[in-house]
Design a protein around this ligand. Structure first.
Ligand code: PHE
Length: 443
């Protein structure tokens, strides 16, 4: 029998759990930092509302309509055309992301473990730069933590949609919301925090002239929402008809955005108050921030809670990505869920090894001059996800009949239906194409 969510709240929390992850804390903070803060935020919010939200609605609608895994959901609506294979793009994107995402999640877990035992605060000797570089340059340790995170995600997924995924999100997500709010309040009370708030909310409009801003904002919108990875198609497949899609999608999108903003308020005021560099890149969360914690009132407690937040948020996202692949495998092979989960998790561990070793043993292997993990993250977020989003928009916008699409999305008779369809058919695809071609240097 087909699995289903146990309650609307469970579905919403699990879906927010998929959306909220390293992207909201680790990635959002450094991408916003590198791209000028407030101006980035403005463009980002625009993309979230006009491209992200319509796509989340489209993915959920497609998934519920197919009532199966991501690949079958596309195939069901496109028999006999090439479109029937389109679901694979999202599945490939999900696997590609999870391969390196598990590595970064492992870093978060390593820091959390160190903070808990107190060892992390004694490692600061030569600064966290040296500590972090030393840690990721090792081979055994990063792989060990990567494996632990994958194993945790696999345990949850193996326990099923309702008994595993829904259950864990029901208690982790409220906890995360409380933690991130507490951290933000603490940061805002630091003397000098106003500059960090200003950085996030005072725009320097001249930055709008930089093309990289748009590509990065688009990539971040896709990554942070989790759009284009078949996650919402898969989660939509477990959704009953009584849950309204537009309202659920809006809740998820608003929840994800609010989480990124509050996390930004937890990081930037602290960075400015204690003299860090907001444009420190991917190292912001692992080098700049721990350094700051040492001088912050109650910094060790804040740090322990922060890395718990980072690890748990990463876990709920890993669960959703793993579920995409497991659902496809179970449907195609007839294997049991635990067996399929174990096999996918083991394969992901192997696939992620080059990313885990890219700063140490495999330092010589670079792509476009970057370490493997950084290069794969950039390629997947800025190109594969937008392309996959483009396919979903075109599929739901053009391949399905308008009336079918609108009713699948619970928008029949609604005043926003024409706007939604227009965004899927023209607005979103055109914006995505223009940004991609522009950043490929084609005009
Ligand atoms: N959205 C998650 C984050 O912000 C990552 C993710 C990507 C989750 C894709 C699911 C699908 O970290």
């Amino acid at each position: 029998m087909r699995e289903e969510w146990g309650s609307r709240a469970g579905f919403i929390l699990a879906t927010i759990g998929a959306a909220v992850g390293l992207g909201n804390i680790w990635r959002f903070a450094y991408i916003a930092g590198e791209n000028g803060g407030a101006v980035f935020l403005f463009v980002y919010l625009l993309f979230v509302a006009l491209i992200g939200l319509p796509l989340v609605i489209a993915e959920l609608a497609l998934g519920r309509r197919g009532a199966s895994d991501a690949v079958a959901a596309f195939a069901a609506s496109a028999a006999g055309s090439l479109w029937r294979h389109a679901g694979w793009i999202g599945v490939v994107a999900a696997v590609a992301i999870l391969s390196y995402y598990a590595v970064v999640a492992g870093w978060a877990l390593r820091y959390f473990a160190g903070a808990l035992t107190g060892a992390l605060w004694r490692e600061a000797g030569a600064g966290y730069g040296a500590f972090f570089e030393g840690f990721i340059a090792g081979s055994a340790e990063p792989m060990l933590y990567q494996a632990v995170m994958l194993a945790l995600a696999a345990l949850v997924v193996a326990a099923g949609v309702k008994g595993g995924i829904e259950r864990i999100n029901l208690w982790i997500m409220p906890l995360l919301a409380a933690i991130v709010c507490g951290l933000a309040i603490h940061a805002l009370l630091l003397p000098g925090s106003a500059r960090g708030v200003g950085f996030l909310f005072t725009p320097d409009w001249s930055a709008l002239g930089r093309p990289a801003l748009y590509l990065n904002a688009l990539g971040q919108a896709f990554f942070s929402l989790g759009v284009g990875m078949a996650v919402f198609v898969t989660y939509g497949g477990y959704l009953g008809s009584q849950t309204g899609i537009p309202r659920s999608a809006a809740t998820v999108v608003i929840g994800d955005t609010a989480f990124a903003l509050v996390a930004g308020l937890a990081v930037f005021p602290a960075v400015f108050a204690l003299g860090g560099d907001p444009a420190a890149g991917p190292r912001l969360a692992f080098i700049t921030f721990p350094q700051i914690l040492l001088d912050m009132p109650a910094g060790r407690i804040v740090g322990t809670v922060f890395f718990l937040l980072l690890s748990a948020a990463a876990l709920t996202s890993m669960i959703s990505l793993l579920e995409v692949a497991v659902a496809v495998l179970v449907a195609r092979t007839g294997w049991s869920r635990p067996r399929a989960t174990a096999i996918v998790a083991a394969a992901l561990f192997l696939l992620g090894m080059p990313s885990a070793l890219g700063y140490g043993t495999l330092r010589g292997w670079t792509l476009a001059g970057q370490p493997l993990l950084d290069a794969i993250d950039h390629l997947v977020s800025n190109f594969l996800l937008p392309l996959s989003g483009l396919c979903i928009a075109l599929f739901v916008g053009w391949r399905l009949r308008a009336a079918e699409a609108v009713s699948a999305a619970d928008l029949a008779g609604s005043a926003v239906a024409p706007a939604w369809l227009w965004l899927l058919r023209i607005g979103a695809p055109l914006t995505i194409l223009v940004i991609l071609l522009r950043s490929a240097g084609l005009f």
